[in-house]
Design a protein around this ligand. Structure first.
Ligand code: UDP
Ligand code: MG
Length: 314
């Protein structure tokens, strides 16, 4: 199969018929064998009924329905598990992403050898102040921390080599950072394509301001976990030891000064209290690292690798 199109959706019953007709038109013109996996993320409108009627008429259209709303990441993850096409395309259900972009995205994977191609909504049709400006800041932070040169991490329209979606686990709200997850999994050829963005035709946006706060916290988590997730002591141990040594050095200095200069009371010196606190913080950091190592030891994932190829071994 050439193509799997994964569409996470939450209360989008109005757009689905139009979207599916458009997708059919595009893939049929290009003669691609395909499947469309619509993941209904616990919609409370008629989305599931619409999906069932679309699937009844076109066998290439398939559906998965969650018991309740779990979020876009969960929906994508489930779609990725089911996907069988050599290239997997994700797109939003609200018709803000154009299916006309699919063939070129697929070509970049198949012919140009990209592992992942992300859409870039260069000209956006969203409310300017609440989305465009925070999104610029957010993308700059993500670029800086991940080292991946993308302008639009959160774009719903992306294309993947099948192997990539089978190697990443999208959970929480990590759908914003699938390129980072892919990079952590060792896929290096990540590109982008400017895509047409359209105004939402039906329904309302499902994400508010909190996306930027949550997105930023998730970015910090990814950065730290990516660097130190498998060796927490190298992070906590280093800073814990440095803190402790600094506090210890200050105390020694104060004690030596006390006996060599004018026998002052240590409790009259603010530096003494600061030194004590720094030492306590240092010990706490050190212990946090040690506990993290103990937990990591028991994790079944302490030794999971992705093997790309083998030679002379089965
Ligand atoms: N979505 C989802 N589960 C959710 C929230 C959103 O599957 O809990 C889907 C939504 O139906 C749409 C896509 O994710 O297909 C992007 O959402 P939206 O268009 O609201 O985001 P925006 O375009 O405003 O960034
Ligand atoms: Mg949208």
């Amino acid at each position: 199969m050439d193509l799997s199109i994964v569409i996470p959706l939450f209360n989008e019953d109005e757009s689905l018929p139009e979207l599916s007709e458009w997708i059919k038109r595009v893939v049929n013109i290009h003669g691609l064998s395909y499947e469309v996996i619509m993941v209904d993320d616990g919609s409370t409108d008629d989305s599931w009924a619409v999906i069932q009627s679309i699937a009844a008429n076109s066998p290439a259209f398939k559906g998965i329905r969650f018991q309740r709303n779990y979020g876009k990441s969960a929906a994508l993850n489930e779609g990725f598990k089911a996907a069988k096409g050599n290239v997997v395309i994700t797109m939003d259900a609200d018709m803000q992403d154009s299916p006309d972009e699919i063939p070129e995205l697929r070509r970049m994977i198949v012919e140009d050898g990209y592992d992942l191609v992300s859409g870039w909504k260069k000209k956006r049709f969203d409310n300017t102040l609440t989305k465009n400006l925070p999104s610029k800041v957010f993308n700059a932070a993500a670029r800086g921390m991940s080292g991946i040169k993308l302008h639009d991490f959160n774009c719903g329209l992306k294309a993947y080599r099948l192997k990539v979606v089978k190697s990443v686990e999208v959970f929480g709200e990590m759908h914003r950072y699938i390129p980072v997850l892919a990079k952590l999994a060792g896929f290096r050829k990540i590109g982008e394509k400017v895509v047409e963005h359209r105004a939402r035709k039906y329904g309302v946006t499902k994400f508010g301001w909190s996306r930027f706060v949550n997105g930023f916290l998730d970015l910090i988590t990814l950065y730290v976990v990516g660097r130190f997730g498998k060796r927490p002591m190298h992070f906590f141990g280093l800073y814990g030891s440095l803190c402790f040594l600094l506090g210890f050095a200050i105390s020694v200095y104060l004690i030596v000064a006390k006996f060599t200069v004018d026998n002052f009371a240590l409790t009259n010196r603010p530096a003494f209290y600061i030194a004590l606190i720094i030492m306590v913080i240092g010990i706490q950091l050190f212990l946090a690292g040690f506990i993290a190592e103990l937990i990591g030891r028991n994790s079944s994932e302490r030794n999971t690798y992705l093997i790309e190829e083998k030679q002379g071994l089965d």
